[in-house]
Design a protein around this ligand. Structure first.
Ligand code: 13P
Length: 248
């Protein structure tokens, strides 16, 4: 069970353009105040303009990945220190799309989370099972294994991260986990975090996977769902705002 203020994060993925971003951010800004924390994780090239647009507000911004390395010959990578220079509060790490399409390992994700924290950027660590893993009854084992790597690597800093449970089968499919399915996994993750940190009620565990205005409130009513990581619905100001309102 969590006592933390809820957090809603938009993951824009590889979407956006100067005019579309300006319209979307204006729509979100104009709908404040929200009764929850709100952030957008944008593609790297848009961090600068997002920082300018949101600087005077209580909205936060972040990136969708960061390098595990501090600097060096890593073509195409972006370090956590660079994200910090652009005022990023958050960096998503270990999104299932990166695990699947870029071969990211549990330990690689943990190293990214550590690099983010080292630069003062809060990692949003994603975990989640595939449809095949759920059908094989492996959900608990998979998410525990994914989180365990991060817990061991972060050690005493565990309570400074955000965790996002994103069942792979629910991402972009319109097929959200039921509130009960999500709560069941969140409760497991909370217990694992409690054993590791001693104060898991302070760690926010977000749900992600086809969160929409019409299912947000019932998801947030679950005791261990502390907010949402929103993909598709974060690209429409009206939908994202409705989800933020449901969380507040
Ligand atoms: P959708 O909300 O589009 O299902 O995406 C979820 C997600 O992957 C957020 O990181």
């Amino acid at each position: 069970m969590s006592a933390a203020r809820r957090l809603v994060v938009g993951n824009w993925k590889m979407h956006g353009s100067h005019p579309a971003n300006a319209e979307l951010l204006a729509g979100i800004l104009g709908a404040r105040p929200f009764g929850c924390d709100v952030a957008v994780c944008v593609p790297f090239p848009y961090l600068s303009e997002t920082a300018v647009s949101l600087a005077a507000s209580d909205l936060r911004w972040g990136a969708q990945d960061c390098s595990a390395h501090a600097q060096g010959a890593y073509t195409g990578e972006v370090s956590a220190a660079m994200l910090a220079e652009f005022g990023c509060r958050y960096a998503i790490v270990g999104h299932s799309e990166r695990r699947a399409l870029h071969g990211e390992s549990d330990q690689g994700v943990a190293d990214k989370a550590k690099a983010a924290l080292g630069s003062g950027v809060t990692p949003i660590v994603c975990v989640g099972e595939t449809r095949e893993q759920r059908e094989a009854g492996e959900t608990a084992a998979v998410v525990k294994r994914q989180l365990s790597a991060v817990i061991h690597t972060l050690a005493h800093c565990v309570s400074e991260m955000v965790v996002a449970y994103e069942p792979v089968w629910a991402i972009g499919t319109g097929l959200s986990a039921t509130p009960q399915q999500a709560q069941e996994v969140h409760e497991l993750l909370r217990a694992q975090l409690q054993a590791a940190s001693g104060h898991a009620s302070r760690i926010r565990i977000l749900y992600g996977g086809s969160v929409k205005p019409d299912n947000a409130a019932v998801l947030f009513s679950q005791p261990d769902i502390d907010g949402a990581l929103v993909g598709g619905a974060s690209l429409k100001a009206a939908d994202f705002v409705a989800i933020c309102r449901a969380a507040g």
